[in-house]
Design a protein around this ligand. Structure first.
Ligand code: RRO
Length: 309
């Protein structure tokens, strides 16, 4: 007797009204800041691509060394290098008409900066805005402002009032209570939260007897941070009503399943793309479908949050 093969699992996702062909996005800041690379990630199978965080003015970023690789983990202190929002229109033009779902990541020091950056990103054709409230090592930006729930609420509300596209708040894990940051974003009108950004960390060169990175501190990413990301997504799922995008240490389909079972509606990948290349998107898509078929899941929503009591 012939064994019937199970129907292929549906990995399409809908997030804040945006249709995604699959839930696996390219995380912000991976592969640089050019439109060509974002387009390449789309063509390689990414469900959406997030731009490098863009600010009002051009920035060179920190002096080298800005990256330290340790096994499959990575420490970075890029320092928000970007061409500035005006110049970035050229990169966004490259993506026009490509069918890519582009999420415009922005950073600023205050609500007004975020609001005007978001408006520009919307004009450039972004499908959603990702607020960087979580870079762990940038003075005056990122986690320095995004660790305070009132600031998160104000910035999110200011941006939500200035654009018609969904606003996602990317949260820091470098906090005692990530759920209160998520709730503040939700109260401010965020359509989703993204968790997590990198974890503040450092490396020391024992021969030179000094920190490796010129900035001393950097953000840790890669497989070592996955348990922290999962815990954050799990806590956010218990507290929030809006969707969660899980990020941190994903390198295979079971990692994605773990994030979904913790409560994520979609995920982002970064360090694995740096180490394995863009082919990882099609591999993850296929292995996610295979995992779901083996485990009897027909679609993503059947997995979402099932690790909760
Ligand atoms: O540019 C960076 O150094 C950087 C940013 Br904006 C961020 O959000 N997270 C990170 O690890 N590095």
């Amino acid at each position: 007797m012939r064994k019937s093969t199970p129907a292929e699992a549906d990995i399409g996702a809908k997030l804040a009204g945006i249709e995604l062909r699959n839930p696996i996005m390219l995380a912000s800041g991976i592969l640089g800041e050019t439109g060509e690379l974002l387009l390449a990630a789309h063509r390689a199978g990414a469900g959406a691509v997030v731009t490098k965080s863009i600010g009002l003015d051009p920035r060179d970023g920190n002096k080298n060394p800005t990256i330290h690789q340790s096994g499959r983990c990575m420490l970075n202190s890029m320092g928000l290098p970007n061409p500035g929002i005006k110049e970035f229109s050229k990169e966004m033009k490259v993506l026009e008409g490509s069918g890519a779902v582009v999420i415009g990541s922005i950073f600023g020091a205050k609500t007004q900066d975020f609001a005007s950056l978001a408006k520009k990103m919307e004009d450039y054709g972004a499908s959603a805005i990702e607020l960087n409230l979580s870079c762990p090592h940038a003075r005056g930006y990122g986690a320095e402002i995004g660790s305070n729930p009132a600031t998160v609420r104000n910035i999110t509300a200011g941006v939500a009032a200035s654009v018609d596209i969904p606003v996602f708040a990317k949260l820091t894990p470098n906090t005692r209570d990530i759920a209160s940051l998520g709730l503040a974003a939700e109260e401010g009108g965020a359509s989703a939260v993204v968790a997590i950004n990198t974890i503040k960390a450092m490396a020391i060169d024992p021969r030179i007897r000094k920190p490796v990175l010129s900035n001393k501190y950097g953000g840790l990413s890669g497989p070592a941070v996955k348990p922290v990301g999962l815990r954050c997504v799990y806590e956010l799922y218990e507290a929030l009503s809006i969707p969660i995008i899980g990020v941190g240490g994903i390198s295979d389909a079971t990692d994605i399943a773990e994030y979904m079972m913790a409560g994520a509606s979609a995920v982002q990948v970064g360090t694995v793309v740096q180490s394995c290349g863009l082919e990882v998107f099609s591999k993850l898509n296929e292995s996610l479908k295979a995992f779901m078929s083996e485990e009897g899941f027909k679609n993503l929503s059947q997995m979402r949050g099932i690790a909760h009591g």
